[in-house]
Design a protein around this ligand. Structure first.
Ligand code: GCU
Length: 843
């Protein structure tokens, strides 16, 4: 019997909100020949509705309809006409006979062959079949009709993402709007977005998502919430995406509302009642969600409860959960992010050593279904860190790398930072364990130490949430690339990026070259203006993790110290004279970092404490390198605006406008970064910039130097975060402020930037005039449009720039800024800059 259907098509992209990300399947023009060469039939082998293979059939049908406007018949049994056949190896061989010349497939792997009468998309399992379907569609959507026949297998079986969503609907370090899973303490009723998210994840071969914050809340385990989690699992299952949960170690004592457990007075992992408590919870979860992925545990870290409270080891804590998961094949991801607060006055204390100190002695004591999840560097998702030495220290324990797509310290999706070049510095790093090749990607895949489990996890906030407005289109390249690299970390960042560009924005060569260039330049640029030479991201580490605040690194227990003073800077992590963090690496790597001669410039301040006048391998002094790289990084960020502008008309206006809004923001904020950091170290060292730029801003009119009416001069939270250390604010929250100044720059055309502060707690209105000619108005409304962490202060987080381009200005014209405050935002202004058009000056 032949069972075929002409399906109604869904999912054709109409409005370009960006919600479909790289799965738009936009119509390909000029492809009619190929269209007729595509089979008319899709054969979906042995799929029950809701299974990944069934989904594969739907995707193939819908994708081909959308790309080529061609309706295929979807059949659920053998078809004699030429067809696109999708299914598992077992089903394929049952129906069509043995597959010829197919290399061995691992779980989730697939075979794609477009060379024969039938197009074969055959997965080792259902998930593999779906991945193969997405792969084939990705080729078609990119206009790639090459005949291919190849098998591909994942490098690691752990390809997870971690959502840091809270039960109240907020997201820890989430910059794209509210949770798509939770609100008001429970799972939301409409899970449409969760299903769309699973589809995106599956298309890049992510196989599980931990849906709640690592700083977990025990209420997730209530009977009602586990039912809710099971609904999430139901909408993700058709995409082969499993659901996992973060746990709060102290849950047994926290009154969880679930009849399978009752409240205890202890959470000691060796206490029988605690073991039973977790066994009951796990049994209960698996009875409702049989394909539950497992747990993620953050314990004894940043205020979270853990086994150390009861003098038990981290391994004893981990095994408590691992044992309950074992009968079900569940996985325990146990985080290595454990550290204590430290004392900076002690020269040898070092947070970077914590993970190895805690975990290395426990190697071999974790159960086989446990994976230690290790942040890529030893501190915390910084703009550059050396590879965590813990990867070299666990030989009898499974390991996975933890990356952060969310850009917490890297611009919070308001700065374009394409992350794979950063990730590759770690994934491709050779730790040379036992003097043998020990590249991180081969350690986490399990290959190097012959471990059964391993892979990657990435902290993601969904970015394109229900509030599409907060989503960053360009930031989606990081999620896409994360999945691609989790599958195969040998891939290079640029070709992966280019697949994403074609899928997201179409095939126009100018789009491809421009977004490639912007993206590939973006991490080096951000590194240059936010934290070069291995000093870490010089952001506000105590609060927002967003804008510049170098002073915040010091004089607290968090151990992200730079030890900067008027003469010198950097952490001495050598064994000869410092914290001996270098000694945590295998001998060859240790030797490289122990010596200042062989430490690469880009990590010099991570490993060595040097004078500001120390000459780098590059020939520059440390301080001059700081000045130059901050100027060059910010200059590159300015070019992102012009580069993107060259794509006007080639990209739909919705997405173009959203991208331009963020690039303009980054252009302005990169200058805030540049000046804050440079001024801070100039004020500390009094060493002048060889090029005379730092502290000299000939094209600026300081707001405090203008004639003020209704405005008054104000200091700022950190001097260097305002030009000339001060700004203006309205005298009250109901007074309109007016600031005027006679322009004494030569007559000509100028790009004008107004630096103002955009805080929480009000939407001020600003207008700018030249000789009473209104240039335009804007609002201090970043809290509704950008999604990064804001502050209530005038500081490096809130300082930003509004731009007017190509304005005709005459010497003697009057500049006027009018600020209307709102609530506690007193229309604050820092300065106005006049940049002669075409001069290349970035002041
Ligand atoms: C960072 C981040 C925290 C997070 C922590 C973690 O410190 O700022 O919000 O909880 O990492 O990874 O657990």
């Amino acid at each position: 019997m032949r069972i075929c259907f002409l399906l109604a098509s869904v999912g054709v992209a109409v409005a370009e909100t960006g919600i479909d990300a790289w799965l738009r399947y936009a119509p390909l023009t000029g492809s009619s020949v190929v269209h007729s060469a595509l089979p008319n039939n899709v054969v979906v082998l042995n799929s029950s509705q809701g299974s990944p293979v069934y989904t594969a059939g739907q995707e193939l049908h819908n994708g081909i309809k959308s790309i080529f406007d061609k309706s295929t018949r979807v059949c659920y049994s053998k078809e004699t006409k030429s067809a696109l056949v999708v299914g598992t190896v077992a089903e394929y061989e049952k129906v069509y006979g043995a597959l010829q010349n197919v290399p061995e497939l691992a779980p989730d792997g697939f075979w794609l062959d477009t060379t024969g009468f039938n197009i074969q998309i055959v997965g080792q399992d259902e998930r593999g079949a779906l991945y193969g379907a997405f792969e084939y569609l990705s080729m078609l959507a990119q206009g790639n009709f090459t005949k291919v026949a190849y098998a591909t297998n994942p490098a690691g079986n752990i390809r997870w993402v971690n959502q840091w969503d809270n039960m109240d609907g907020s997201i820890e370090r989430g910059y794209g709007g509210a949770s798509i899973f939770f609100a008001n303490g429970t799972v939301v009723s409409d899970l449409t977005r969760a299903a769309q998210y699973a589809r995106l994840l599956a298309s890049v071969r992510i196989n599980a998502v931990v849906i709640n914050n690592v700083n977990a809340n025990s209420t997730t385990l209530s009977a009602e919430n586990i039912q809710g989690v099971s609904r999430i699992a139901d909408v993700m299952r058709p995409y082969g995406v499993q659901v996992g949960l973060s746990l709060d170690f102290a849950s047994p004592t926290e009154g969880v509302q679930n009849p399978v457990v009752h409240n205890l007075t202890t959470y000691d992992p060796l206490d029988e009642s605690v073991v039973q408590w977790w066994t009951n919870i796990t049994d209960n979860i698996y009875s409702i969600i049989p394909d539950f992925a497992g747990y993620l545990v953050k314990a004894d870290s940043e205020g979270q409860a853990g086994p150390l409270v009861y003098n038990r080891t981290l391994a004893q804590g981990a095994n408590l959960f691992a044992k309950t998961l074992e009968p079900y094949g569940g996985t325990l991801m146990y985080r290595a992010f454990v550290y204590n607060l430290l004392n900076e006055s002690n020269w040898t204390e070092d947070r970077a050593k914590a993970a190895v100190d805690f975990f290395q002695p426990l190697d071999g004591q974790f159960m086989d279904n446990t994976v230690i999840q290790i942040k890529y560097g030893p501190i915390d998702f910084q703009v550059r860190e050396p590879t965590s030495p813990l990867f070299a220290s666990l030989r009898e324990t499974n390991a996975a790398i933890e990356l952060e797509v969310a850009q917490e310290y890297l611009g919070q999706q308001c700065h374009l930072v394409y992350l794979p070049p950063l990730w590759k510095t770690v994934l491709d790093f050779d730790l040379q364990v036992d003097n043998e090749s020990s590249v991180v990607r081969n350690i986490i895949s399990g290959q190097r130490f012959n471990r059964p489990l391993g892979g990657s996890a990435a902290v993601v906030n969904t970015m394109l949430t229900n509030n599409v407005r907060l989503g960053s289109n360009l930031a989606m390249s990081n999620l896409y690339a994360y999945g691609r690299l989790a599958w195969d970390a040998t891939q290079e960042p640029e070709p992966v990026l280019q697949d994403w560009i074609r899928l997201t924005f179409g095939l126009h060569p100018r789009i491809l070259s421009t977004i490639t260039q912007m993206s590939m330049e973006s991490w080096p640029a951000y590194l240059n203006y936010s934290g070069n030479l291995g000093i870490q991201t010089l952001t506000d580490i105590l609060y927002t993790h967003f804008g510049p605040n170098p002073a915040s690194q010091e004089l607290n227990g968090y151990g992200q110290w730079t030890r900067a003073d008027s003469l010198s800077v950097g952490m001495d992590r050598t064994c000869s004279n410092g914290t001996c963090y270098s000694g945590q690496y295998p001998p060859k790597v240790y030797e490289m970092y122990e010596s200042i001669e062989t430490t690469p410039d880009d990590l010099i301040l991570w490993f060595h404490h040097v004078n500001w006048t120390h000459v780098l391998h590059s020939g520059k002094t440390v301080i001059q390198h700081f000045y130059d790289s901050h100027y060059s990084g910010a200059a590159t960020a300015q070019t992102f605006v012009t580069q993107l502008a060259s794509l006007s008309g080639l990209i739909d206006s919705e997405r173009y406008n959203e991208m331009m809004y963020r690039q303009l923001y980054q252009a302005g904020h990169s200058i805030v970064w540049r000046d804050s950091v440079n001024d801070y170290y100039y004020n500390m060292t009094l060493i002048p910039d060889d090029h005379g730029r730092v502290g000299h801003h000939p094209w600026r009119i300081e707001a405090e130097a203008m004639a003020l009416d209704g405005y008054r001069i104000s200091g700022v939270a950190l001097n260097e975060t305002a030009s000339n250390k001060s700004a203006i604010v309205t005298v009250s929250n109901s007074t309109t402020g007016i600031a005027t100044h006679i322009i004494d720059f030569p007559s000509g055309r100028y790009d004008i930037g107004v630096n103002y502060f955009d805080l929480y707690g009000g939407v001020s209105n600003f207008s700018a005039y030249v000789n009473n000619r209104k240039l335009g108005s804007w609002q201090g409304n970043a809290e509704f449009t950008l999604g990064h962490e804001l502050t209530y202060f005038l500081d490096g987080n809130s300082n930003t720039r509004h731009h007017f381009f190509d304005v005709d200005v005459k010497e003697g014209d009057e500049l006027k800024i009018v600020g209307v405050p709102d609530q506690m935002e007193a229309a604050p202004v820092d300065y106005v800059v006049f940049l002669p058009v075409g001069s290349g000056i970035v002041d």
